[in-house]
Design a protein around this ligand. Sequence first.
Ligand code: OAD
Ligand code: ZN
Length: 252
Amino acid sequence: MTDSNFDRAAELIAKASRGVAFTGAGVSAESGIPTFRGEGGLWRKYDPIKVASIESFLADPSSYWSIARERGRESLAAEPNAAHRALAAMESAGHLAAVVTQNTDGLHAAAGSSRVIELHGSGRRVRCLDCGAEESRADVQERLEVELPPHCRTCGGSHIKPTVVFFGEAMPVAATEAAFELARACDLMLVVGSSLVVYPAADVPATAAERGAPLVIVNAEPTPLDDQAAVVIHGRAGEVLPKLAELASSAV
Ligand code: OAD
Ligand code: ZN
């Protein structure tokens, strides 16, 4: 983590006019939402296929919701942190065209980013797989304390599911197309807080790099795309990004 890395990254941000930020769970870690992989990660505690695959959800929604109840207590109360705010500032300053996120927590929008592509859906809404009725995740959270699994308020069905992408489900078509279009057209790809091991999401930064856009990676740990990056900064997003935003705003 040398100063010259910060300067080089800031210079690339300052020069960008249609940059794209690609974010993962690490950007929300400092808001108190646990990541999936790495230290303290959710998938160290639970088998993702048992917890978040569509097959096991349909067979046993209660198991999913008992874990979602715990996670919901943390994520529904979470507030954007300095990293989310720095990305919103980079958009306002004209350097970022959009944030493409794998997160479902809504914190980029809460921080003021105006164009946010949610590749894995949104955890703020819940949809009934039987009748299609939707309600807010916060309302379901209240019911979870007394009702497992929670039932649909409209039809009484027992398969209401957050509008997030589960294993075995396709990614939302419009969001996926928008993300790849942005990746093909960007002049900077700024990756923040993602292990870059989940596909097809990780193809978004890979596509930008293949097209020749400089890749800047800010992550606590190494990623499989580090060797393709123009700059890699290992550190905490909430500390690194505000510095980059400030350096970029003072660079010519
Ligand atoms: P991961 O949990 O796989 O990776 C988070 C990365 O953030 C790790 O490499 C950490 O080292 C890093 N990290 C942790 N704290 C950090 C901090 N404060 N600052 C910077 N980096 C930090 O999360 P994702 O890459 O988002 O999919 O995972 C991708 C997908 O896998 C998720 O969207 C989810 C999961 O299964 C679905 O739910 C469909
Ligand atoms: Zn229903």
